[in-house]
Ligand binder design. Sequence first.
Ligand code: MG
Ligand code: ZN
Length: 449
Amino acid sequence: MRKKIWVIATISLLIIGSVIGINSTDTNAKSSNQKHNNGKVKNVIVLIGDGMGPAYTTAYRYMKDNPSTPQMEETIFDKYLVGMAKTYPEDSEENVTDSAAAATSMAAGVKTYNGAISVDNDKESVKTILEAAKESGKATGLVATSQINHATPAAFGTHDESRHNYNDIADDYFDDMINGEHKVDVLLGGGTKYFDREDRNLINEFKADGYNYVTTTEEMLENENDHLLGLFAPVGFPKAIDRKESTPSLDEMTSEALEKLSQEKDGFFLMVEGSQIDWAGHANDSVGAMSEMEDFAKAFETVIEFAKENEHTQVVLTADHSTGGFSIGRDGVYNFNPEAIKAAKRTPEFMAQKIIEGNSVEEVLSKYVTFDFTQKELKAIKDAASKDDFDTLYSTISEVFNDRAGVGFTTSGHTGVDVPVYAYGPKNEAFSGLIENTDIAEEIFGFLK
Ligand code: MG
Ligand code: ZN
């Protein structure tokens, strides 16, 4: 009975809150936040969940739900929701965005063609908010779990007519200078393959210019240099639940970046990307997707804690687009079962790799999955394993989890739905309502003036 009254009271508050235009769930945090600063922004932190459309943040809420209570508890994201963003590109052939065009919109405030790395439709470079921050004397950082020269981080720190020019993009991080300095003070992600090449060793060049170079979690935690290059994988990281301790979490990298960048008295700009929500979406892998959501959520939690302790910090979190046509519920069944996803101790990608390497199907599945597979599921996986094709095996194992969990996918590509926008700081209203993804950059350029 008490619970019922509480629920009714909460619902009424929510209605009153939305009528008078306040985010009722975070009234206290918001008003105290506004009280202690004068609306000035010194530090800007942008977080991007690549591919993180609304179905991902909702599925994550189901994953975190305590089943012994009737209400579905809030996630770290929920109380900071301020609106939605439109993601369409300005491309003559495609009207669903890729990560490059969307990142250019959010970094430079310009709609452009799919594949563009902070260049416009005339292939001219367009200034980014990271560059504007550097010009105004702020420290800058990029953190990702993809290679650090992948589309999203690349669009903040470099310019290229194609996202596929990975070596040129990596070179840009070193070669493009602002006021005699490299543009990005802290670079943390994957990509040794592109930085240590036969024709050029950018790692040695960065070291010669005073950067500390680290390749493991332990080395990163020991770092005391405010100029830091951390490359922890040849290309992208393993998914969070597949990582060894020597490969840092997104949260650990974010904490390190915040610690170093916040030493700059003029403030800083940091972009943190949960890069592989998208990659799991492309693979139609719900286990991998939820692993990456958790990695991203923890980094957000750390950023919020930082912003609460450091006034004049504006945080904005969004996605570049949604991926996979991910849905909660499928095949006419009104049920999503998170337990099926939680039963996986590693991703289907990891399990498929183990099987391809010669381990038996039964051995791998019983080691990494807590439920018992049906004969039908086992047969499908064994048939796929006998084809000795990684992609087929990966998708066959993924489908067992998707089917049991009740999640669907419609495409191996992106979808054009609006994406949620979250904010915390003195300028939240700048990102509220239904906005264009370009508004994010435009507003931040304003704060940096
Ligand atoms: Mg990306
Ligand atoms: Zn993608």
